[in-house]
Design a protein around this ligand. Structure first.
Ligand code: SAM
Length: 283
């Protein structure tokens, strides 16, 4: 079955009587080159276990099943799960799990499903309404994956990849880059989906670091500092960092000790500078 073919999608729609659910961010891939590109970007082989997020009708899932050793695909929509039993019938190495990915115990699923696969990778054409929460869950819960290859809105991908000094650099860039090395696999125009979304997309590969990009004394303080800094991007660090609940004097002396000009803004700070600064707030 050519699942990327719009005619196949229409046939499945009629057969199973489902509608594209906007509330679940259902935009299905109809370009085989993009499907190949995601699989290639993840360099899948038989030693890989893939956790897929949001399989839809299974277009990427079937490619994963062909290339990887084993897979588990988490899909929230029961209509899609019914379709998947049909479209994935030829594969015995995939388990479809009907669940909300945000509520799932992903580490447990991986432990139960990976079998003898030596590597774990996370793949998915993400539902855009929850892209950031999914990424944050994968990283902060330390899901044991070595790489994450995911499609998202181009605008979110740009924020994740942004460097200090750029308009799109923010808390999301710092957080993802703290945990992962980020690279772009490809850009994907909106015409590659059915129904066509209003925005273009991009596929990123996140290689999870064996240890974070910077050594910090206390991770919670590091992230409080990042959050406070970007909570008021237009303000100087001296002012924005006070939203951490610290006095102006304390913030000023921390900035001085870290050798960071108090007139600078968070969007100019490198990860290393955020690390140095946050260490000054740790007793
Ligand atoms: N992988 C398919 C493709 O590329 O054609 C579908 C991708 S579509 C952008 C996102 C998929 O995620 C949909 O099938 C949708 O039902 C599913 N989804 C949405 N919210 C979800 C959630 N909270 N947990 C799991 N799956 C979800």
């Amino acid at each position: 079955m050519e699942l990327y073919n719009p005619l196949t999608i229409k046939l499945l729609k009629n057969k199973y009587g489902f509608q594209f659910a906007k509330s679940f961010g259902q935009n299905f891939l109809i370009d085989p080159d993009v499907i190949d590109g995601i699989a290639e970007g993840a360099a899948l082989d038989q030693d890989d276990f893939v956790l897929e997020i949001g399989p839809g009708i299974g277009v990427l899932t079937s490619e994963i099943c062909r290339r990887a050793g084993k897979a588990a695909s988490i899909e929230i929509d029961p209509h899609m799960v019914e379709v998947l039993h049909d479209t994935l019938a030829e594969f015995s190495n995939v388990h479809v799990i009907q669940q909300d990915v945000l509520k799932a115990d992903l580490s447990r699923i991986i432990a139960e499903e990976r079998g003898s696969c030596s590597r774990v990778k996370v793949l998915g054409n993400l539902p855009y309404y929850i892209t950031t929460p999914i990424i944050m869950k994968l990283l902060t819960e330390h899901v044991p994956a070595e790489c994450i290859v995911i499609m998202m809105q181009k605008e979110v991908a740009d924020r994740i990849r942004a460097n200090p000094g750029s308009r799109t650099y923010g808390a999301l860039s710092v957080t993802v880059q703290y945990y992962c090395e980020v690279s772009e696999v490809m850009e994907v125009p909106r015409q590659c989906f059915m129904p066509q979304p209003k925005v273009d997309s991009a596929v990123l590969r996140l290689d999870v670091r064996s240890k974070p990009a910077v050594d910090v004394k206390d991770e919670a303080v590091f992230f409080r500092c990042v959050k406070a800094g970007f909570s008021q991007r237009r303000k100087t660090l001296l002012n924005s960092l006070m939203t951490m609940g610290e006095s102006k004097d304390r913030v000023r002396s921390a900035l001085e000790a870290a050798e960071i000009d108090p007139r600078r803004r968070a969007e100019t700070l490198s990860l290393e500078e955020f690390g140095r600064l946050s260490d000054m707030f740790v007793e």
